[in-house]
Design a protein around this ligand. Structure first.
Ligand code: GDP
Ligand code: IMO
Ligand code: MG
Length: 429
């Protein structure tokens, strides 16, 4: 059986958690491969809403084993907190159901302090990170000074590593950023306690996944963030510090490209972004308020991790073409189509105008992107609540036309459409 991959096709928060939960019903293993607790994935089952940051969204299925892969950066405190919250709701988070790669890197309080200090120093140029220590943890990984989860099984080595790590980062925190140093003994004591609980969850994730695939079992890779937040293919430097794209799934899990089956890009029926950086189709004013919502509904556009209002705009097909290319998408899952009901006319960006010429691909540098202006097609809207629709042909004709327009423009089939946050609020094609 193949490795199927779920990818965010925009700037994150496309609904990857709910699509993962849906497709996990056919999977034996669900694995996260990039990012950390900067992610916030929402799964809604009836009245139950689960907001997952580190633990894969397959965890709610009791037949699925979940793996946090080597490409993830893990704050052990957050992981344990999330495990306890899930266990209190009756979800099985035993080592048989939840495994952590020995090669994943740990996020420490020093990484979080550095993330905050760096953002403060950037001032008006701040990236708007989630302040979860993600960038500094990946910096240590690339710098070959990180602490890997494997040390959770070796208390003495872990204590030594934490003392050296805090001492080194305290130099930077105090001398460069002028902030208070951390107490290495306090951090080491906390990590010793995390280690006791997490050590039984450690595995060689690549070996486990390879064995499962050879055994004919099906593995679902759950992306975090989105293509436009990729450190190489996103709007650098306003990106995260990992590879949320399809390539990242391979390096982040330890398998090669031949095992890949479907690559499903998740895209919202409009566009959102949280944090700073360019956003060509961004809206302001009344339509922005309409798309964002007031916060009265749980699905309104306020960050799952940080609660920040998300920036909103029209659907951008230049971005989705970019996501198709970077990820070799085989299908698209289109979410939040219900939000577009009762808007008389819908604009869709079909290309950019750059210095009087038409550009169909996403430019790789920000100065060029800043000179691009969206070219819009206007499509007629539809009326009425579609949240109870379950068959494509039952959607209003203009909603069907909106979906078909997107798949025709991209040359990618839209195989899943979601019309509400609930597991069953799905139209399959
Ligand atoms: P993720 O980070 O990609 O998993 O997405 P988030 O969970 O951060 O944000 C998606 C939000 O939209 C969550 O509140 C979901 O419950 C909600 N959602 C997902 N799909 C739909 C949909 O089709 N319609 C509506 N109204 N809400 C949805
Ligand atoms: P999910 O998985 C939306 C954004 C941050 C910021 C930039 C860098 O829920 O889609 P970081 O803390 O990673 O260094 O922040 O990336 N960002 C996300 N935006 N959804 C996410 O995850 C995000 N994870 C990071 O807002 O702009
Ligand atoms: Mg999210």
């Amino acid at each position: 059986m193949p490795l199927n991959i779920i990818i965010g096709a925009q700037w994150g928060d496309e609904g990857k958690g709910r699509i993962t939960d849906l497709l996990a019903a056919q999977a034996d293993i669900v694995a996260r491969y990039s990012g950390g607790d900067n992610a916030g994935h929402t799964v809604t089952i009836g009245e139950d809403v689960f907001k997952l940051h580190l633990i894969p969204s397959g965890i709610i299925h009791d037949t699925v084993a979940c793996i946090i892969g080597n490409g993830v950066v893990v704050n052990p405190q957050v992981m344990l907190h999330e495990m306890d919250a899930l266990a209190a709701r009756g979800v099985n988070v035993s080592p048989a159901c939840l495994q952590l790669s020995r090669q994943a890197h740990l996020i420490t309080p020093a990484h979080i302090a550095l993330d905050k200090a760096k953002e403060m120093q950037r001032g008006a140029e701040a990236i708007g990170t989630t302040l979860r220590g993600i960038g500094p943890a990946y910096t240590d990984k690339a710098n070959r000074t990180g602490i890997r989860a494997e040390l959770l099984a070796d208390p003495e080595e872990l204590a030594d590593a934490i003392h050296a790590h805090v001492a080194a980062h305290n130099q930077v925190l105090t001398k460069i950023y002028g902030v208070e140093p951390l107490d290495a003994a306090v951090v080491a004591a906390a990590f010793a306690a995390y280690a006791q609980r997490l050590a039984p969850h450690l595995v060689d994730s690549g070996v486990v996944i390879d064995a499962a695939l050879r055994d004919g079992r099906s593995v679902l890779a759950e992306g975090a963030q989105g293509t436009l937040l990729d450190i190489d293919h996103g709007t650098y430097p306003f990106v995260t510090s990992s590879a949320p794209t399809a390539g990242g799934a391979l390096t982040g899990l330890g398998v090669g490209p031949k095992v890949v089956g479907d690559i499903v890009g998740v895209a919202k029926a409009f566009t959102t972004r949280v944090g700073s950086g360019p956003f060509p189709t961004e809206l302001e004013g009344e339509m922005a308020l309409r798309l964002r919502g007031t916060g009265a509904n749980p699905w309104d556009e306020y960050g799952t991790t940080t609660g920040r209002p998300r920036r909103v705009g029209w659907l951008d097909l230049v971005i989705l073409r970019h996501a198709r290319r970077v990820n070799s998408l085989t299908a698209l899952a289109l979410t939040k189509l219900d939000i577009l009901s009762d808007i008389p006319e819908l604009k869709v960006c079909v290309g950019y105008e750059l210095d009087g010429a038409r550009l169909d691909h996403f430019p790789s540098d920000l100065p060029t992107l800043a000179r691009c202006h969206p070219i819009y097609d206007t499509l007629p809207g539809w009326e009425g609540d579609i949240m109870d629709v379950r068959e494509f042909t039952q959607l209003p004709a203009n909603a069907q036309a909106y979906v078909n327009f997107i798949s025709d423009q991209l040359g990618v089939p839209i195989s899943i459409i979601s019309v509400g946050p609930g597991r069953e609020q799905t139209v399959l094609r």
